[in-house]
Design a protein around this ligand. Structure first.
Ligand code: COA
Ligand code: AMP
Length: 630
């Protein structure tokens, strides 16, 4: 079938479409119907089914004769380690870990935080939770203790599973002190912590609270898969919103199984047995959906890559992994390609490897700039597929559906909506805009299976953040337009979220940290254009009256403070002191205008500006940092 036919079949009968996709899942008790309307614009999928994620991702492949197939390839250029885990080994390891967690009291519905680097044990921890029906929440290793503490208090885990350390180029990330610090900061205390000791750093265990990953599994009965309701939360994943309080995106079990399995062939164009590689991190949604669950549910081999696109050891790492492990479909972020391109503009490393196994490359997480796409097309001579999605959605909403049909690629556009989505562009009043006009990107409710039904313990925030501005629609938070051929173009965020090296960050959260510095009276953080990372955060500080400290000292302190409170991933390195911030007469800081000035773009003087002269002061400050050149 063509894309048009597949899309039409979804439009004609969405519930029948997803019921059909659900046939590929092993149900303990099949759903009686697809969609459950909970009223008040809330929906759930396959709610009355009984099913287990781990069974579908692991055990059933063993039962069906794939036991000897490699499930996970661990390739770590940073530790010079490679390891393969077959489906049968994975089943045994996960059942044992789940058994040990159960013996310590973890049951269906309990939350478990996972704070681990890119090692196979991170996936095993996720799957062990899924096996028991426990709800995991993975926290990215680049977040500091304070961010971990916020998540501990929000999801109140019974247990935390962590590694002793992570490894960044030239630096050991000491997870254990971060974990201890977070537990100290948090009001909620977990019953126990499981520590996976890595040989690069053995952490000291807290007596009575911490157990050793290996030791606590000894002699324990392996656990079987516990069937859970279709609408049982599989996980909570926190993502940045407008404020410092992250949003706990909830993923339901059955919807995730059905949707991710469907995408593996129809989007990513792989068959069971093929090797699929998403070079992301388990701490992000891409890691949940396409390092762990999607490929495993579909019976693929997935790669856990502990390294960087450059420097581990060189800009040929991606191509080496693709050749060595025969990767058929590869997924990364544009920023990673920009990093490779910067070191290897003429593709000398590409030429050293045989990439004949590779059929296509997918890019997501941020805008894919045409230069990067063209570079990748020229070097790799494969389809380079930009696709758009969000943590909230769990799988792509807009994509060139290469597994169904490769549509013409248009540079700068992630292409067309997938079944489940019907993107519209609305003006502020909610009127639909014609092709070519810029507005808020929305899609009608209900969202498809596999997307988020709500936010953890925050239904009102869910409604006010996503459903209230445009009744009947899900508001994506992105602005853009649709062209005459139905291709979507993403232009900007409509909120205070920025995208740094493919990582979604909240400028509001950074402002909260800056405002906490004793000398800062007022502040603003904006995202300025960056040729490698897409955007970089930049802070503007107004100091308290009478503060006569050297500006460079205060700047140094706030940079350190953001690293301490949010973490290195915030990449907050640029800040400057200004006398005043540009505001409207009603006191709203004109952040968008500041961004335009920084990026050297034309801007209209806001009609409501209080004092236009402040913009010149801002421009001067930006020029001092090497920005805002005409
Ligand atoms: N644990 C601890 N620290 C981490 C981390 C982790 N898992 N991931 C990143 N960090 C740290 C980095 O070491 C860096 O610290 P530094 O300030 O001491 O140098 C900081 O966070 C910022 O990291 P990042 O923005 O990723 O920059 P980088 O310079 O380390 O690497 C790229 C730049 C482009 C190579 C890298 O960002 C990259 O590969 N990005 C791909 C993004 C991606 O896959 N996103 C997922 C969406 S698909
Ligand atoms: P995250 O939740 O971290 O996946 O970030 C989602 C946000 O990243 C989206 O709302 C977009 O702003 C941005 N994004 C993701 N994919 C793309 C893409 N292909 N093109 C442009 N922006 C993207």
């Amino acid at each position: 079938m063509s894309y048009k036919e597949v899309y039409q079949s979804w439009q004609d009968n969405p519930e029948a479409f997803w019921m059909d996709a659900a046939k590929a899942i092993d149900w303990d008790s099949a759903p009686s119907k697809a969609l459950f309307d909970k009223g008040d614009n809330l929906y759930e999928w396959f709610a009355d089914a009984k099913v287990n994620t781990c069974w579908n991702a692991v055990d059933r492949h063993v039962e069906n004769g794939r036991g000897e197939q490699t499930a996970i390839i661990y390739d770590s250029p940073i530790t010079h380690t490679k390891r393969e885990i077959s489906y049968v080994e994975l089943r045994n390891r996960v059942a044992s870990l789940a058994g040990a967690l159960r013996a310590k009291g973890v049951e269906k519905g309990d939350r478990v935080i996972i704070y681990m680097p890119m090692i196979p044990e991170a996936l095993e921890a996720m799957l062990a939770c899924a096996r028991l029906g426990a709800i995991h929440s993975v926290v990215f290793g680049g977040f500091a203790a304070n961010e971990l503490a916020v998540r501990i208090d929000d999801c109140e885990p019974k247990a935390i599973i962590a590694a002793s350390c992570g490894l960044e180029p030239g630096r050991v990330v000491h997870y254990k002190p971060l974990l201890d610090g977070a537990i100290e900061l948090a009001e909620h205390k977990p019953d126990f912590c499981v520590i996976f000791q890595r040989e690069q750093e053995v952490a000291e265990l807290v007596e009575g609270r911490d157990v050793n990953w290996h030791g606590f599994q000894y002699g324990v009965e392996p656990a079987e898969c516990v069937p859970v309701e279709g609408n049982h939360p599989a996980y909570i994943l926190y993502t940045s919103g407008t404020t410092g309080q992250p949003k706990g995106v909830v993923r339901h079990t059955a919807g995730q199984l059905v949707a991710l399995n469907w995408t593996m062939k129809n989007i990513y164009n792989v068959d069971p047995g093929d090797v699929f590689w998403a070079a992301s991190d388990v701490g992000w949604v891409v890691g949940h959906s396409y390092i762990c669950y999607g490929p495993l549910i579909h019976g693929n081999t997935t790669i856990v890559f502990e390294g960087k696109p450059v420097g581990t050891p060189d800009a040929g790492t991606f191509w080496r992994v693709i050749e060595e492990h025969k990767v058929k479909s590869f997924f990364t972020a544009p920023t990673a390609f920009r990093a490779v391109k910067r070191e290897d503009p003429t593709g000398e490393f590409v030429k050293k490897y045989d990439l004949s196994c590779l059929d296509q490359v997918f890019l997501a997480g941020e805008r894919a700039d045409p230069d990067t796409i063209v570079w990748a097309q020229e070097q790799l001579r494969k389809p380079i597929i930009d696709h758009w999605w969000q943590t909230e959605l769990g799988f792509p909403g807009v994509c060139n559906p290469v597994g169904i049909e490769l549509l013409p690629v248009k540079l700068g556009s992630p292409s067309v909506p997938l079944p489940g989505y019907d993107m519209k562009i609305l003006d502020d009043a909610g009127n639909e805009l014609p092709a070519g006009e810029l507005g808020a990107i929305v899609t009608p409710l209900p969202l498809p299976p596999g997307t988020f039904p709500t936010l953890w313990k925050a239904e009102e925030r869910f409604k006010s953040s996503y459903l209230s501005n445009f009744p009947g629609y899900y508001e994506t938070g992105d602005a853009g337009m649709i062209d005459e051929d139905g291709y979507l173009y993403i232009m900007a965020r409509t909120d205070d979220v920025i995208n740094v090296a493919g990582h979604r960050l909240s400028t509001g959260a950074m402002e909260e940290v800056l405002a906490g510095h004793p000398d800062v009276a007022e502040c603003a953080v904006i995202g300025v254009a960056d040729s490698l990372k897409g955007q970089m955060p930049m802070g503007f500080l107004c100091l308290n009256a009478g503060c006569d400290r050297a500006h460079t000292d205060v700047v140094k302190e706030v940079v350190a403070l953001v690293r301490e409170k949010i973490g290195p991933v915030a990449a907050f390195k640029l800040a400057t002191v200004v006398d005043r911030l540009p505001k409207t007469r009603s006191g709203k800081i004109l952040r968008a205008t500041m961004v335009s000035i920084a990026d050297g773009k034309e801007y209209k003087m806001p009609a409501t500006i209080d004092d236009p002269a402040i913009l010149d002061e801002i421009k001067l400050a930006l020029q001092g940092l090497g920005y805002a050149h005409d």
